[in-house]
Design a binder for this molecule. Structure first.
Ligand code: HPA
Length: 258
């Protein structure tokens, strides 16, 4: 009997989805066939953040039967690991599983005041404010003019329209964390052209593009960024809003990938 990892490698799914904080339940909507804990994959760091399960789920896209691999949970720079380690999963997906298309999801704070909390934002571009890159050491000088595939963005926009789902668009600013931002930092990010802020996604997007993958990104706006609302920020709220809006994200993914 081949191991679950062997079966995952043999499946060679063309599409992968990485799920952010509190979004793990989205995997259940893809009729799971098998699961592989990250600890079974040599070279992958284990995810230690609450709301992140830390495993791959092989599933199928409802209605089409197309295989999809879902990463339930990811690593972050704030765990004290390098950008290279954070993106080990992306290299595994591309090099071992043969994935061609990567959908990155995350929880983010909304900076654009026209957005709504609990809503979704299609990432059109990013600001790498992390100070590091997974490509340090090579390959050097990779083009980043179009990180988030126009074709995939169109598919998500069409899907949202079909579902009657409001889909915001904007620039995702990645910060290292682990603390949330100050109101002054958020005002600066807004001036710099950011519409949402979070602590992930950008290293994976950079690594994926360097490997030639087609990339899309969706932020679930779990809260107003610091200073935009009177409330203070708590990770438990981020996970709660993620759980509540996960159904919208699942519907959008099903429709866009169909
Ligand atoms: N800031 C940074 N990361 C986040 C936020 C935020 O407001 N919400 C969810 N992830």
């Amino acid at each position: 009997m081949p191991s679950a990892l062997d079966q995952l490698v043999a499946a060679q799914p063309s599409t992968a989805i990485i799920l952010g904080s509190g979004l793990g339940a989205v995997a259940e909507t893809f009729s799971p066939i098998l699961t592989v804990p990250y600890s079974d994959v040599p070279g992958l760091p284990e995810s230690k953040v609450p709301g992140h399960a830390g495993r791959f789920v092989l599933g199928v896209l409802p209605g089409s039967g197309r295989k999809v691999v879902i990463a339930q949970g990811r690593s972050h720079l704030y765990e004290g690991i390098s950008a290279r380690e954070v993106t080990a999963g992306v290299r595994f997906l591309a090099e071992q599983l043969g994935v061609k298309r990567l959908i990155l999801t995350n929880a983010a704070g909304a900076i654009d005041p026209t957005f709504h909390v609990g809503g979704l934002m299609l990432i059109t571009d990013h600001l790498n404010l992390l100070g590091v890159s997974p490509l340090t050491g090579g390959p050097h000088f990779h083009d980043m003019s179009v990180v988030y595939s126009l074709k995939l963005r169109e598919a998500f926009m069409n899907a949202a329209e079909k579902l009657g789902l409001r889909l915001h668009h904007g620039v995702y600013a990645a910060v290292p964390g682990p603390q949330y931002e100050t109101p002054a930092e958020i005002r600066m990010f807004r001036t710099l052209g950011a519409h949402a802020v979070g602590m992930s996604t950008v290293p994976e997007a950079i690594q994926a593009r360097a490997l030639g993958l087609e990339v899309a990104g969706i932020s679930l706006l779990t809260n107003w960024a610091a200073g935009l609302a009177p409330a203070t920020l708590h990770h438990s709220e981020v996970v709660e809003v993620g759980l509540a809006a996960g159904q919208d994200l699942a519907r959008l993914l099903h429709a866009a990938l169909a």
